[in-house]
Design a protein around this ligand. Structure first.
Ligand code: 13P
Ligand code: SF4
Length: 331
């Protein structure tokens, strides 16, 4: 029997552990399940993850659900199969847990579009501001906020804000514009967006409507206004999933990251799901390249070596926690 070489954590460089041996594809799922028990870990995964990761997760859901679950996790470690801001949120709301993310480079274009120093200046120019931030932002941005929201609860969050306040909404201008329309509230918007949800092609979607005249077109509110304008239904990933399950229609064109289609097919195997086409034919743009950085191999290594870990200062955790807790108490 070949004895497995033990590796000391301190010898592992920031990404060095990614080159360490992993079980083959046939065994890796069983090994991950074994390791999860051994390490007393809980795997949380977002709907945009690869299907094999979705199938392994202890909890699978949208950003709101995953943050609710993260606040209550009892195990020693949270393995967050998602992107950096999601793992960071889990650390902020449950700071005594070790939180690891399979690939630390799994970022988010929306979160990156809002640098804290620029955002501070933006806020300082507004009188009597009330800062609402979409959960897709960094811990530093959350710390500058009055309340956080997700696409599942944004309308409820906006409705809770006193009328005399000037609402600043960041970082997603598309979700912001959608909320202005839905709630009738004025808002000052930060000019950020998601590369995945801005890639959908209006013309190609219209062409698909001709090909599938009975299809329902459903979209995530991070999509651009002219795309949302022609949608039969707009909602968070969990709302889109619910809509599809409950609808009598049999064909759906989906304008969000295509990972969600795995759950749609599982829950409604007889229905037909078409990812909304994107502008660039050569690009897999309806896949979030950040989300897809997580693989089974990285998940295995992450559990085995408990790396890379999300580390935040106590000061940042304390200041970013209040606006998240405010959101969680509302929903
Ligand atoms: P949901 O909260 O709807 O799952 O969205 C997360 C996200 O990153 C959308 O791009
Ligand atoms: Fe960020 Fe867009 Fe990826 Fe969602 S889909 S994680 S908003 S880059």
């Amino acid at each position: 029997m070949i004895k497995e070489k033990t590796t000391s954590f301190s010898n592992l460089s920031k990404y060095g552990y990614l080159n360490l041996p992993v079980p083959n594809r046939k065994n890796i799922v069983d090994k991950i399940i074994e390791l999860k028990k051994e390490k007393n870990a809980t795997i949380l995964a977002h709907y945009y993850q690869n299907k094999e990761i979705q199938d392994l997760a202890d909890f699978l859901g949208d950003s709101l659900y995953l943050s609710q679950v993260a606040s209550k996790v009892k195990s020693k470690m949270i393995v967050f199969a998602g992107v950096h801001f999601m793992a960071e949120t889990a650390k902020i709301i449950n700071p005594i847990k070790k939180v690891v993310l399979p690939d630390l480079k799994a970022g988010c274009s929306l979160a990156d579009s809002c640098p804290p120093e620029d955002f501070k200046k933006f806020i300082s120019k507004v009188k009597n501001p009330y800062v609402v931030t979409y959960i897709n932002c960094s811990a530093e941005i959350k710390a500058l906020s009055d309340i956080v929201c997700t696409s599942s609860n944004a309308e409820k969050v906006i409705a809770s804000i006193p009328n005399n306040k000037n609402i600043i909404f960041a970082p997603d201008k598309n979700l912001g514009n959608y909320l202005i329309k839905k709630t009738g509230r004025k808002m000052i918007l930060w000019n950020g967006s998601c590369i995945v949800h801005e890639a959908f092609s209006f013309e190609k979607i219209l062409k698909l409507f001709k090909e599938y005249p009975n299809a329902k077109f459903i979209a995530h509110p991070e999509s651009e206004p002219h795309i949302l304008e022609i949608a039969n239904f707009i909602g968070s990933t969990s709302a889109l999933l619910k809509y599809v399950n409950e609808s009598n229609s049999s064909t759906f064109i989906i304008a969000t990251e295509s990972g969600i289609i795995h759950q749609m097919r599982k829950k409604s195997p007889n229905k037909n799901f078409i990812p909304a086409p994107v502008n660039d034919e050569k690009c897999l743009c309806s896949e979030c390249a950040f989300m897809k950085l997580n693989t089974l191999e990285k998940l295995y290594l992450c559990l085995k070596y408990e790396l890379p870990e999300i580390k935040l200062s106590n000061h940042l955790i304390n200041s970013a926690r209040e606006p998240i807790k405010k959101m969680l108490s509302l929903t």
